[in-house]
Ligand binder design. Structure first.
Ligand code: ADP
Ligand code: ADP
Length: 233
């Protein structure tokens, strides 16, 4: 069975007398280990879909089954646990705590994992070393470059060993060279078996994914394997 199984989900917003169908009817299956680029014009529903995939929002119709469990059946506590343990979020604006060091930012999600302080810092240190930031552990976000900040955010997203990485325009604030570095890091993470869903506007960035899903007006317009990727497996 699929890791993500979405059937005919819709999400509408009712504002006064106006109803906006952000998602009309979206059906999508994603297996463990896939690397998917989600593309489409502004307003096509990408963020709405990502929020639903990340259990930050719920559809107003249809069904989302994650890892065999219906998300609509989960309690608030179960949802919080899924968001913390099963899903790693990476954002365009990094979303790091500005007053905290890299080490503190990366260790934060471990507070709920029942580890003591030494264990949390040891794990966070290893995570930072794995993204080549072993020499930036005591730096705060404003003492780091954009690419370094995004690597801290990626280390934080991976710290609880999630089954899915949701990356919403992770290279949107980075120059081309740094974007390529970050995509290289995501490819490395994918090669270790992680499932990655990436929103991007840039065709060059989407070319790193193995599958491309294009949205328009709250619907999936196209969904195909990336012809640029030679699948040897
Ligand atoms: P429900 O009340 O069951 O949630 P909806 O209000 O989402 O149903 O609409 C029912 C169906 O009609 C859905 O498939 C929805 O996508 C479609 N629909 C309704 N209004 C629009 C619209 N303005 N644009 C596109 N699809 C629409
Ligand atoms: P994208 O990420 O592709 O730019 P979004 O998912 O952000 O698209 O938006 C899809 C549609 O839903 C847009 O018409 C947007 O204005 C609307 N929308 C998104 N979030 C909200 C919200 N919180 N309230 C009302 N409308 C929203």
């Amino acid at each position: 069975s699929s890791l993500i199984d979405i059937k005919e989900i819709g999400r509408k917003y009712v504002i006064g007398s106006e109803t906006i169908h952000a998602l009309k009817s979206v059906t999508l299956q994603i297996n463990k280990g896939e690397f998917v680029a989600l593309m489409g014009p502004s307003g096509s529903g990408k963020s709405t879909l990502m929020n639903i995939l990340g259990c930050l929002d719920t559809p107003t119709r249809g069904e989302y089954v994650l890892n065999g469990i219906r998300v609509s059946d989960m309690t608030d506590d179960e949802l919080a646990e899924v968001r913390n343990k099963e899903i790693g979020f990476v954002f365009q604006t990094f979303n790091l705590l500005p007053r905290s060091t890299s080490l503190d930012n990366v260790a934060l999600p471990l507070i709920y994992a029942g580890l003591n302080k030494d264990q949390r810092f040891e794990k966070a240190q290893k995570a930072l070393e794995s993204v080549n930031l072993g020499n930036r552990m005591d730096h705060k976000p404003n003492e780091l470059s954009g690419g370094q900040r995004q690597r801290v955010a990626i280390a934080r997203a991976l710290i609880n060993d999630p089954s899915i990485i949701l990356a919403d325009e992770p290279t949107g604030n980075l120059d081309t060279k740094t974007s390529v570095e970050i995509m290289g890091l995501l490819e490395e993470i994918h090669s270790k078996g992680n499932t990655i869903i990436l929103v991007t506007h840039e065709e060059d960035i989407a070319q790193h994914a193995h599958r491309i899903v294009r949205m328009r007006d709250g619907l999936i317009e196209d969904d195909y394997p990336n012809p640029e990727i030679k699948n040897v497996s």
